[in-house]
Design a protein. Structure first.
Length: 310
């Protein structure tokens, strides 16, 4: 996959998935603007990429408002002369159940994930439309945004909104050959290391340097950040020209297409419905097969569970 001549921005790329995306894009030949709020992490990422023969510069600034979005696009243009790919990866968590979640917890997460995706994509789209040579907006969602997740009101709402924006922008930017997709990654990073069912396996892999177990990679689609990066490289490339408006899962050994919501069952009452008729017909009509919700808990095979012989 050859991305030489292309310039990319990857937000939140000082560590975790963003770092893996930035490294993989640079390895494929793209010039990369690394961004993070953590100056040391951003600096180390640039050093790592340039030591490997890649081209990278950094912008240390918080994604959220328009000023950072403009600074990121300006940096790509001033350093590399253009912008072809915007990856909106920066993210934070502030998990709490609904009744304990503060306005600040809500606003912080919505600001980085939802507003940050909006402002960065908007600044990129303006530049890409001026260039007139197409482009790639690669957004980042999450299984939590597709399914809902306990304790993640703010995050699930923001990540669902990201997919809704991808579908909207895919329509709006189709004529200018700018594709817009949402990646739905799963990987062992600072963000996911604390999932209780998975933590022991991640810690073991880190301690021994061995890969994560096959069942985890395949059945749970859970691997390393490097496992998710090839999807971003593909979406950034000319090979993905026709791919737009999609939510695409990647993790461990699994690559997946998420379905888009659509009406699943419908019933009709001539002249409209009243509440009594809905109550009468709900459980045999549209509500006969209610949808499930939430991310299923990881299922650790018995052979690997806490009871397995030590
Ligand atoms: N790890 C997973 O399994 C997983 C699953 C689904 C979605 N995601 C999403 O992938 C993205 C990366 O997650 P990760 O697991 O690598 O997380 P991470 O915590 O390892 O890395 C996130 C990086 O973003 C930076 N950051 C935070 N706020 C920022 C801001 N306002 N501006 C710029 N940088 C900021 C952090 O300093 C950090 O370096 C996030 O959007 C996350 O929601 C991750």
């Amino acid at each position: 996959m050859d991305l030489s001549g292309k310039a990319a921005v990857v937000t939140g790329s000082g560590r975790g998935l963003g770092l893996a995306y930035a490294e993989a894009l640079a390895l494929a030949g793209a010039s990369v603007v690394v961004n993070d709020v953590d100056a040391a992490a951003a600096g180390a990422a640039v050093e790592k990429i340039t030591a490997g023969g890649g081209r990278a510069v950094s912008v240390v600034a918080p994604v959220g408002g328009a000023a950072t979005a403009d600074a990121l696009v300006d940096k790509a243009v001033s350093e590399f002369g253009r912008l072809d790919v915007m990856v909106t990866n920066a993210g934070v968590l502030r998990d709490k159940v609904l009744w304990k979640m503060s306005d600040e917890d809500f606003d912080t997460v919505v600001d980085v994930h939802l507003r940050g995706t909006f402002t960065c994509a908007r600044a990129a789209a303006v530049r890409m439309r001026e260039q007139g040579t197409g482009g790639r907006l690669i957004l980042v969602s999450s299984p939590a945004g597709q399914r809902g997740n306990f304790g993640q009101t703010n995050y699930a709402a923001a990540k669902a909104g990201v997919v809704a924006m991808a579908r909207t922008w895919a329509m709006e930017l189709a004529r200018t050959d700018i594709t817009v997709n949402a990646v739905v990654p799963v990987a062992a990073t600072g963000m996911t290391k604390t999932i209780p069912a998975l933590a022991p396996f991640i810690e073991e892999a880190e301690r021994t340097g061995e890969p994560l177990p096959d069942w985890l990679r395949r059945d749970e689609g859970f691997g390393t950040p490097e496992d998710a990066a090839p999807l971003v490289v593909f979406l950034a490339s000319d090979a993905a020209r026709g791919v737009t408006g999609q939510a695409i899962g990647i993790g461990g050994d699994r690559l997946a297409l998420w379905s888009h919501p659509q009406e699943k069952a419908a019933a009709y009452a001539a002249g409209g419905w009243d509440a009594d008729t809905i109550a009468e017909r709900w459980s045999t009509g549209p509500g006969a097969e209610p949808e499930t919700y939430g991310i299923p808990a990881p299922s650790v095979p018995a052979a690997h569970g806490p009871e397995a012989g030590s």
